[in-house]
Design a protein around this ligand. Sequence first.
Ligand SMILES: Nc1ncnc2c1ncn2[C@@H]1O[C@H](COP(=O)(O)OP(=O)(O)OP(=O)(O)O)[C@@H](O)[C@H]1O
Ligand SMILES: [Mg+2]
Length: 283
Amino acid sequence: MSELLRVEGLSKKFGALAAVDDLSFTLNEGEVVSIIGPNGSGKTTTINLISGELSATRGHVFLESSRITRFPPDRVAEAGIRRTFQNGRVFGNTSVLDNILIGQTPLLRVSHPLGRLRRYPVLRWVALLTELVVALTPFPAKTRELAWQRSAAEEEIGRFGAHRLVGREQDWAASLSYANRRRTEIARALASHPRLLVLDEPTAGMNTTETAEILDILLALKKQGQAILLVEHKLDLVMQLSDRVIVMDNGHKIAEGDPSEIESNPRVIEAYLGKRYATGGHA
Ligand SMILES: Nc1ncnc2c1ncn2[C@@H]1O[C@H](COP(=O)(O)OP(=O)(O)OP(=O)(O)O)[C@@H](O)[C@H]1O
Ligand SMILES: [Mg+2]
């Protein structure tokens, strides 16, 4: 299996606090790697460093052989890493469908021909004017691209089954249940067919049935070869889904291994899983 993501000596300090300290790991094509650990152990900070939401104090992130350390979030997304957020981020006053379509914008080469220029102060106006002209001009390549965009979004809406997002495409995201907002965010990340899907507690706030549905969806994605980096507190889900599990505590990686190794690692049991898990219950 070839290496997709490499994190090397990644560190993030917030003043005197080392939220992530010298973290290294890799994730191969098609692999599901989960990061677990107690509250405040540095899991979200790690994801934020990978996705460009935060800038590393030290260390590097590579996607294949390209160094993406300190790329802004839009460039990381363009490189093929798409994520969801622990607290959820949907545009409330925007429809479910548009929330998903937004995620694909960087991929639209016909509708946004000079999209990369948007990063530069003066040149961004050239990009915006070109997009305006393209938006006002009907031509086949654009129509085809927009049709692809829409069908990819609808496919993702359908992924969650008949009674979740289907039929709610035009509803404002603000009107959705908490679980449906999370589904919308996952759909937005998936609609761009990311090379790496990064999920920060995707089932937080979901009940047992909803969590089981997400597990099924993630297992199906894994079967299709989707690489996933997952942060999750629900250990049953983590253990069923992951090829490898990384355990963090106080910003450090304290263990890494396959689910059975992690479940039986005394240091992990002590730091995170707790006695109940060790005796067959849940942490
Ligand atoms: N922007 C920030 N400024 C200052 N401290 C921060 C910031 N973000 C995170 N921290 C601190 O860094 C540490 C790691 O936080 P992080 O959110 O990465 O933990 P986590 O493992 O995701 O926890 P949880 O399971 O509760 O989501 C915590 O002590 C947190 O308070
Ligand atoms: Mg977190």
